[in-house]
Design a protein around this ligand. Structure first.
Ligand code: PAF
Length: 283
């Protein structure tokens, strides 16, 4: 695996792969790689001959009071994991490479509707910053396929909407969430949890599963169970930001009779904000 830090070096490698008729995949990440990221690389490998992973902790998608400075950075371990996963190129640019004119002078991509509400309310500007760096990475690599984790469900919906709305050609693929044995979705932010907080964290997935089972059985949302699930998380010591049921495609509020739903949760345990989701297909 080659590691490159500049856009020009990366473009040269991708151009060579293209001249060999290789299909190119991109897996954008912020590093601190875990098995969830490695599953994205495997997914990309299945769909392409040349896999580029990027590691860039994007300052533009962090709010002023968020964890940018403390975001875990583990470059050596990440490199080794990518080599073992069969990644071809690691693109690890510095901030100046991505924002040479500074972030204030950067053209920003705003994706309306899907980026509003849910995490969009709790993290103002987050999805603009995320969409902006993703479009830059897609324009730099021009991959046939780009793979994103379904754990960040709203992020994936924003990327899909951006790619469709801006007539981009990359095929956006969502890869299933990887979970710990007790159900907790793998996330770089799990590392912030104390032992005791880690023990309560699986209540998020347990609540999603219970609610999903009820919707499957009743074909409707049992509001009192929804409230009971929220209460169970609160009782466990979790600060629930949202626990909601939306239309799986566009994240609009779920309408009566809708067949494809997604349950989404975001919650803080101490200062750590975790998200998770579960789709329910009633067709
Ligand atoms: O999901 C992430 O790690 C980031 O939001 C992404 C897609 C790499 C953009 O910075």
């Amino acid at each position: 695996m080659q590691t490159v830090e500049t856009i020009s070096a990366l473009r040269a490698l991708v151009a060579r792969a293209r001249s060999e008729q290789k299909k190119v995949a991109l897996v954008p990440t912020m590093g601190n790689l875990h098995d969830g990221h490695i599953a994205l690389i495997h997914c990309a490998r299945q769909r392409a001959d040349f896999v580029v992973a990027s590691i860039f902790v994007n300052p533009l998608q962090f709010g002023a009071n968020e964890d940018l400075a403390n975001y875990p950075r583990t470059p050596d371990a990440d490199r080794e994991k990518l080599v073992n996963a069969g990644c071809d190129v690691l693109f690890a640019p510095a901030v100046e490479q991505i924002y040479p004119d500074g972030m204030l002078n950067q053209a920003i991509v705003n994706v309306p509707q899907v980026s509003e509400g849910l995490c969009g309310s709790a993290r103002p500007g987050h999805f603009d910053g995320m969409a902006t760096v993703v479009i830059k990475l897609l324009n730099i690599v021009q991959p046939d396929v780009a793979v994103f984790g379904e754990k960040d469900y709203q992020q994936l919906a924003v990327v899909r909407s951006m790619v469709k709305g801006l007539n981009m050609l990359t095929d956006i693929v969502g890869a299933p969430t990887i979970r710990a044995a007790d159900g907790l979705a793998l996330s770089s932010r799990n590392g912030y949890l104390s032992e005791q907080q880690r023990r309560i964290a699986p209540v998020l997935y347990a609540s999603l599963k219970e609610m999903a089972a009820s919707i499957r059985e009743l074909h409707r949302v049992d509001e009192s169970l929804l409230q009971a699930c929220r209460q169970r998380m609160i009782d466990a010591g979790v600060n629930v930001d949202y626990f909601e049921i939306r239309n799986a495609q566009d994240l609009a509020p779920a309408r009566e009779g809708a067949a494809h739903l997604v349950l989404l949760v975001a919650a803080r345990i101490g200062t750590t904000r975790l998200i998770d989701n579960l789709t329910v297909d009633l067709r």
